[in-house]
Design a protein around this ligand. Structure first.
Ligand SMILES: Cc1cc2nc3c(=O)[nH]c(=O)nc-3n(C[C@H](O)[C@H](O)[C@H](O)COP(=O)(O)O)c2cc1C
Length: 175
């Protein structure tokens, strides 16, 4: 199959995730085109059999360029199987309030873009202290403390469950 992956990232974890996805899909014999959403506005989605869109949550929303991409290509995306990977730290735990919050973020994305992904998966992201400026670092340490998480403010901490992601991909391809 010819599979498009369009993504947006702020600190780089979603890029790492979609590169992993691209490698897995390629290893299974699919032809993959991996593009940042910002560079994919002129792309013809019609030529693809399936599409994966991925973005990360920052203060309750995804990157603007992902919203623009989804809204622009909504009609073509509606005709193929799609998987939306929502990357966040809320997905790292199983707090029902956090989970409900993530559903609201997805609902906001759908109402803003008019595009409803056929399948949505929440993927745990990472603390990227090596990329944060002073204020972000301070805010993220506060968030970590609220959750009772021990973090080293000089190191990154990854929560992404790569095995679970592979299982999601296998299921998506099989379904
Ligand atoms: C300023 C800031 C705000 C964030 N807001 C949220 C949020 O509202 N909900 C959440 O679950 N995660 C939030 N996160 C965590 C990110 O979603 C997580 O770090 C993710 O791995 C970032 O992916 P990226 O590196 O691809 O941008 C936030 C992170 C930062 C730095």
């Amino acid at each position: 199959m010819k599979i498009l992956i369009a993504y947006a990232t702020t600190e780089g974890q979603t890029r790492k995730i979609v590169r992993h996805v691209a490698d897995r899909l390629t290893a299974k014999g699919h032809s993959v085109e991996l593009l940042p959403a910002a560079e994919a506005t002129e792309l013809k989605v019609e030529g693809f059999d399936r599409a994966v869109l991925a973005g990360s949550v920052h203060i309750g929303r995804y990157q603007r360029e992902l919203e623009v991409f989804a809204a622009r290509h909504k009609a073509a995306l509606d005709t193929i199987e799609t998987l939306f990977l929502s990357v966040s730290l809320a997905a790292a735990g199983d707090d029902p309030e956090d989970r409900a919050g993530l559903e609201k973020v997805v609902d906001g994305f759908i109402s803003k873009t008019g595009w409803s992904p056929k399948r949505v998966e929440h993927v745990a992201g990472a603390f990227r202290f090596t990329r944060y400026d002073f204020f972000r670092s301070w805010a993220m340490r506060w968030i970590a403390a609220q959750k009772g998480e021990e973090v080293d403010p000089h190191a990154d901490k990854e929560y992404t469950d790569w095995k679970a992601l592979d299982e999601t991909l296998n299921d998506w391809l099989g379904g």
